[in-house]
Design a binder for this molecule. Structure first.
Ligand code: PSU
Ligand code: MN
Length: 301
């Protein structure tokens, strides 16, 4: 039984029993997406936002080959500081579990674990997508494949422009994934509220989003739902400003021959340095904002 691979934290198990909505959170953002100690502070602050809104957070990660559905504060600290924490998407589970290793779950990895635990909602910052130049490199995140097949709703701040945003939207359309933009007419670009791409499906009411998710599940339509939430205006970095920085980071990535799963962490870290930490501040604010929206959907589900 796949449940044998899970360790469900007692307070999460209790919430499930009592019908309190549980929201999954990922750990790649902790281990590979943000520097210490901001990663720990953010992870715990996000959990707090969810708790205060009447839902239960479950930060997901892998320790000693066990899939943790809900990390303790000590375990969050461990994920943030331990060496050799593998970045885990679908293909990495058999390796990290059979070798009893440590793993930080990506959006794809967290969706898989959440689904095994029966969790329907997952809040994060940004998802992976189709990379610029994917026509040649074939670099398309496993997150998109997971959205195609796994029944979890992912709440994010849109797609970073280190990626090909229209390409990612096309891919999601082909994959049959409903993409909802929360409270805006333009699909958001993570650090920026605007991307230049119209939101095909705008929804302003968390209850209506919950109804859409329930309907999809009742109809037996496999796959995820993506909810994109523009970050608050006061926290955003304008698209044009970010674009310059991202082009520079992408150039360095190519010059240094960074490939595969190292690309996204490299770009995030370079963007942070090139913006003198401004991108990190925006990243923190947007995750907190997503948590509030996620919790509002959760209590309506
Ligand atoms: N975007 C961020 N921060 C992150 C990630 C993306 O702003 O930490 C992480 C997520 O875990 C996402 C993963 O699932 O990067 C995508 O990696 P890749 O592009 O290698 O598929
Ligand atoms: Mn990739």
């Amino acid at each position: 039984m796949y449940k044998d691979f899970l360790d469900i934290k007692p307070e999460v198990a209790k919430a499930m029993e009592e019908g309190i909505p549980v929201i999954a959170l990922e750990s790649t953002i902790i281990s590979h997406g943000m520097p210490y100690p901001k990663n720990v502070e953010t992870a715990l602050a996000v959990e707090d936002v969810i708790r205060k809104a009447g839902a239960m957070p479950a930060t997901i990660g892998i320790i000693d080959g066990r899939i943790k559905i809900g990390l303790t504060e000590e375990e969050v600290e461990y994920m943030a500081t331990a060496k050799n924490v593998l970045k885990v998407s679908r293909r990495d589970f058999p390796l990290v579990i059979s070798q009893k290793g440590d793993g930080a779950t990506t959006v794809a990895g967290t969706m898989i674990a959440a689904n095994m635990a029966g969790i329907r909602l997952f809040v994060t910052g940004g998802i992976g997508g189709v990379h610029r130049g994917a026509g040649e490199s074939h670099d398309i995140s496993a997150d998109l494949e997971e959205l195609k097949m796994t029944d979890v709703t992912v709440i994010c701040a849109g797609v970073k422009s280190i990626l090909d945003i229209p390409g990612t939207l096309e891919y999601l359309e082909t994959a049959g994934v409903p993409v909802i933009t929360y409270g805006a007419d333009e699909f958001p670009a993570f650090y920026s509220r605007r991307s230049g791409h119209a939101a095909e499906c705008r929804m302003d009411d968390p209850a209506a989003i919950a109804a859409l998710i329930n309907t999809k599940e009742k109809m037996g339509l496999k796959g995820g739902v993506l909810v994109a939430v523009p970050l608050p205006e006061e926290d955003e970095i304008p698209f044009e400003q970010m674009d310059v920085v991202i082009r520079e980071a992408l150039k360095e990535c190519e010059e240094q021959h960074i490939t595969g799963k190292r690309i996204t962490p490299f770009l995030l870290s370079r963007v942070k340095d090139l913006t003198e930490g401004k991108s990190l501040e925006a990243n923190i604010k947007l995750v907190l904002n997503n948590a509030a929206v996620g919790a509002a959907i959760a209590v309506n589900l």
